[in-house]
Ligand binder design. Structure first.
Ligand code: ATP
Ligand code: F6P
Ligand code: MG
Length: 972
């Protein structure tokens, strides 16, 4: 199609080509009908009978017939293709040319569009369209816009017309009206800009050669599925693939066709990071359990041209995926034999390239520590139990809370730890009916006797007794009432647990796993086993899908066979560790501690630095674990200065600590003074006086410095020749020796929620960006993770600083995005700026610069969440990690006693050069997929940039790259 521009005096002219007599006739009819143009017979050149000129006073369309069968075939294909993507894809990003008319009466045109036989699209919505598109019989995209231009968010005002519909005020800005208020313009700039995703690599791969990567969500929905789909779609585009989504899980595969297997574009997943549930639908599909259903699934995937399938679902969905993969050769053979696919298709789709990402709130998949959605559900559960706790306390009541988890007790267990529940029921560790009744009543009675006013019992949906009979909340309720006489209520949390937006952990997990899943399918060869994308501690890893499914099935089989020991051994080691911790902390009999008298220690705990989520949980867990072991826990109140000045040491009391597990801030009190600043001599004196056998420091970089000072001072002060551990706790996550510090998750969630709110405000205001000032000292960790979670347009961190050319580029990219937005919703922009990213600019300055440079196209405002970032109530992740760290720290102190025995007794001088001795002062941390202890001396001397208060190696650099790619940030 040739579009002859510019418009001259409000009149314009276009030539469209038809390649068959049939389409020629249809095109003439189409233009006459749609635009109310009349055939201008007198204008047809005598020589060219194969031309029709349709025109009115302002528009002329020349339809030309040039018979050409091959070209007609191309046109037919184009129409077929556009029709197939009509419901999912914005056509404007799929065409090189379009013919667009301007109108001031879009409503009446919408009716005309709907009456046509061809598919149509309306933007921004069907109800309030500003633009309409359809396809003409020649395969051209024909549009109408009610806006002046791409950046205008206003519809044109009707222009006065004379009796013949001719404009009385035709202007140079192309709003000249024609009959029925429609005029003609060319919006090719719209087409160009919607194709221009700044950081996408140049799209040089021909369409036919592009790999088509499809994603589906299946099984129960889980928070985080939308961020996973977003990451897969955008990452696929970034890698030069065509992303598809399969709607409604396996049901979509079984039904097939463009309605269920849709091509997606970059814009289709805009804003999905913050959306709960799954926008592409999910289902539990019976047909797919049968071979006939899977046969249809295979046929439909091949028909849609899908090369690789990423399934995001639970154990069932991935079992289905595994079966589908293993049956694939026989499925496609059968399809070929029955002529349901061609030989060509059979050859091309020989191998099913499949990959699993685990999306399920149950966290029941073996070989991964976490499934997408599990921590969000845990968050909903803990919030609910925290609420219930308050009313339980008022009435001194017991609550029996039922949580989800059909075959897995992970949610119940982790919630039990995070809320310090009295008793939990999980399918992996059943008891006989009389055992659980006695045990539960014994524990609850002891807690009540120690002064607890509330009782919380958590029952997993799949709880059973050893003979596999289900244990219901009603059974538990009855026992609490009959045997203990407790005023008891039942609360069933139900689908609330699957509701709401994903927590930060799940957004990160889903996003990073989605990106890795695309990498995995692109790396795959017919010989590579299908992968499952898992996480071990802090590391995204690929595992063989078959093995993971096999192990998961083995757990269910062991439970069914009543081999609970085996079931437990098949759960990952972290699950077992959590269960042991829960029992040690919540069920122990303090009158009969585990260790013999001579093994019992005096262990002190101190908080140093700024507050961080999980600090109280660490103190609570350390103290209660000590009590169950037989150690005596001491709290050092108000940091080193409190100790040096006021001898602020108290033994920790169980009753006083009720509720600390879920409380924010620092109950012990904390400040930044190091031992040397506070008076290290006095500190040694009190260590000597109280005869501490071990020390746990909870805090950030000042705590790190404290440990270094105490270790150095061992030579002068024998009181410090005791095992000492640092539990890292700081939202900055800048402690060397660990990739994770307590408080990071709480803080990240607080910041993420804040950003979601300002982003919504920005989106509503249109054309607005917020510059959010982010804490974190010299570490850009928080800003980087938050930018990944909220899809921030850019983040500026101290490690990179703010370079003017990058800033200029980011402003340009923002401007392009706002232009593209055409006033639609979903274009709220957030930029994260670490406070220390620049000495010259704060968030206010930065937003002023951006506004000035945007030259009126959009504006930027500062937003300063400040200490909100320390979080209120600690997140379940920080609570449960605090417990795990605290128990490990106490174990470390127990284990390291022997190493220091001789030198502590004063029999020998302290050998400061002895490295194993130095390593008895260590930092506990997560590194990759392991929990490790690293000696403070090594860390301080070799792995720390002391002046910058930072570790030398930044472990999250890759996260920045991914965050950039997924928002199309262009790097200078
Ligand atoms: N053995 C199987 N063979 C074929 N398809 C299966 C199999 N198991 C499950 N599926 C398919 O996966 C779908 C989802 O499975 P299921 O209902 O067990 O949920 P899930 O993926 O385990 O998620 P969740 O347990 O978190 O809800 C089933 O409806 C079915 O279509
Ligand atoms: O939403 P539905 O189909 O009722 O399924 C509920 C089940 O789904 C899950 O949420 C996820 O498997 C289970 O914990 C629960 O038993
Ligand atoms: Mg399941």
């Amino acid at each position: 199609m040739t579009v002859n521009t510019p418009i001259v005096n409000g009149t314009s002219y276009a030539t469209v080509n038809a390649y068959s007599a049939d389409s020629y006739a249809k095109a003439v009819e189409f233009y006459a009908k749609l635009l109310e143009l009349s055939v201008q017979t007198d204008n047809i050149s005598a020589a060219a009978k194969n031309e029709t000129l349709l025109a009115n006073a302002h528009i002329a369309i020349r339809v030309v017939l040039e018979e050409n069968a091959a070209k007609q075939q191309e046109v037919d294909n184009q129409i077929k293709y556009l029709t197939s993507i009509a419901k999912t894809n914005d056509w404007r990003s799929h065409v090189n040319q379009s013919l667009v008319f301007n109108t001031t009466d879009i409503a009446s045109l919408q009716d005309a569009f709907k009456q046509l036989d061809y598919p149509n699209q309306a933007y921004p919505s069907d109800l309030l369209p500003l633009q309409l598109y359809t396809i003409d019989p020649l395969g051209n995209i024909i549009g109408v816009t009610a806006t002046k231009n791409a950046v205008s968010t206003k519809a044109n005002k009707p222009v006065a017309v004379d009796a013949h519909g001719v404009s009385l005020a035709a202007t140079a800005d192309q709003t000249a009206t024609v009959s029925k208020n429609h005029s003609f313009t060319d919006l090719s700039y719209l087409v160009k800009t919607s194709n221009a995703y700044p950081s996408l690599p140049k799209d040089t791969i021909p369409l036919a050669e592009k790999k088509a990567v499809a994603v589906m969500t299946s099984g129960g929905d889980a928070q985080g599925m939308n961020p996973a789909v977003r990451a897969i779609v955008r990452s696929a585009l970034f890698k030069g693939c065509r992303p598809f989504v399969v709607m409604e899980g396996y049901e979509g595969l079984v039904k097939g066709g463009p309605e269920y297997i849709k091509e997606f574009s970059w814009e289709d997943v805009r804003g999905w990071s913050a959306e709960g549930g799954t926008n592409i639908g999910t289902a539990r599909c019976m047909e797919f359990r049968e071979r006939a259903g899977r046969l249809l699934g295979a046929q439909h995937l091949i028909e849609a041209g899908v090369d690789a399938l990423i399934v995001c679902g639970g154990d069932g969905s991935l079992t289905g995926a595994d079966l589908f993969r293993s049956e694939w050769p026989s499925l496609i053979k059968e399809l070929l034999d029955n002529s349901r696919i061609s030989q060509e298709q059979y050859t091309r789709y020989q191998h099913l390239n499949i990959c699993g990402t685990v999306g399920s709130i149950d966290n029941d998949m073996s070989t991964t520590d976490a499934t997408i959605g599990a921590y969000s559900a845990l968050d909903r559960i803990c919030t609910a139990i925290d609420y219930v706790e308050a009313t339980a306390n008022s009435h001194s009541r017991a609550f029996v809370v039922e949580v989800m988890g059909r075959n897995c007790g992970w949610l119940a267990l982790l919630a039990g730890i995070a809320t310090s529940a009295d008793y939990i029921f999980i399918p992996e560790k059943p008891a006989t009916s009389s055992e659980w009744q006695d045990q539960m009543c014994d524990i609850v009675a002891k807690h009540r006797a120690r002064g607890k006013r509330t009782t919380i019992v958590i029952v997993a949906e799949g709880a059973i007794s050893v003979d596999l009979t289900p244990i219901s909340t009603a059974d538990v309720h009855k026992v609490l009432v009959d045997r203990l006489g407790l005023d008891t209520r039942i609360t069933t949390l139900g689908h609330v647990q699957r509701g709401g937006t994903a927590v930060a952990y799940d957004r990160m997990l889903a996003t990073l796993q989605g990106v890795e899943a695309v990498n995995a399918v692109l790396d795959s060869t017919p010989d590579t086993p299908s992968p499952l994308i898992a996480i071990n501690e802090n590391k995204i890893v690929r595992k063989p899908l078959v093995e993971s499914v096999k192990l998961t099935k083995a757990v269910a089989a062991a439970i069914q066979a009543k081999d609970f020991k085996k079931a437990m051994s098949l759960r990952d080691t972290e699950f077992v560790e959590h269960l042991n911790n829960f029992m040690a902390i919540n069920s122990a009999d303090h009158n009969e501690p585990k260790l013999a008298t001579d093994k019992r220690l005096k262990i002190a705990i101190v908080n140093v630095g700024a507050p961080a989520g999980g600090i109280n949980s660490a103190v609570y867990s350390m103290a209660t674990y000590c009590m169950s072991q037989g150690h005596k826990p001491y709290g050092i109140y108000n940091g080193w200065s409190g100790l040096a000045r006021h001898e602020s040491v108290r033994s920790l009391d169980w009753k006083e600590m009720i509720g600390w597990q879920s409380r924010g801030g620092s109950e012990l009190g904390t400040n930044r003074a190091t031992p040397e600043e506070a008076d290290i001599g006095m500190i040694a004196y009190y260590f000597q006086k109280y005869q501490f056998d071990g020390l746990i420091i909870v805090g950030g970089f000042e705590a790190f410095t404290s440990l270094h000072q105490l270790e150095k001072a061992r030579e002068s002060f024998p009181a410090f020749r005791i095992p000492m551990v640092l539990i890292p706790a700081t939202l900055s996550n800048n402690v060397p020796g660990t990739e994770y510090s307590l408080g990071c998750d709480t803080s990240l969630n607080a910041l993420m929620e804040y950003c979601d709110v300002v982003k919504q405000s920005a989106a509503s205001t249109r054309g607005r960006a917020f510059v959010v000032d982010t804490q974190g000292g010299n570490s850009g960790y928080l800003a980087t993770c938050a930018s990944l979670c909220v899809g921030a347009a850019a983040s500026y961190v101290p490690e990179e600083g703010i370079h003017l050319d990058q800033l200029q580029q980011d402003i340009e990219t923002l401007g392009e995005a706002f232009k593209r937005s055409e006033g639609r919703n979903g274009f709220g922009k957030v930029i994260l700026k670490s406070t220390n990213a620049s000495k010259a600019m704060n968030a206010n300055d930065l937003s002023k610069i951006i506004t000035a440079e945007a030259k009126g196209e959009f504006d930027a405002k500062p937003a300063v969440p400040g200490h909100i970032q320390q979080g209120g109530i600690p997140s379940p992740i920080d609570r449960t990690r605090a417990t795990r760290f605290a128990v490990r720290a106490v174990d470390f102190i127990e284990q390291q006693q022997a190493a220091l025995e001789v030198t502590r007794a004063g029999d020998e001088d302290y050998q400061s050069e002895n490295l194993p001795l130095a390593n008895t002062a260590s930092v506990l941390g997560i590194k990759g997929s392991h929990v490790v202890f690293t000696g403070i001396r090594r860390l301080y001397d070799f792995e720390t940039e002391v002046d910058k208060r930072m570790p030398k190696v930044i472990h999250w650099a890759q996260t920045r790259t991914i965050a950039d790619h997924l928002v199309g940030r262009k790097r200078v």
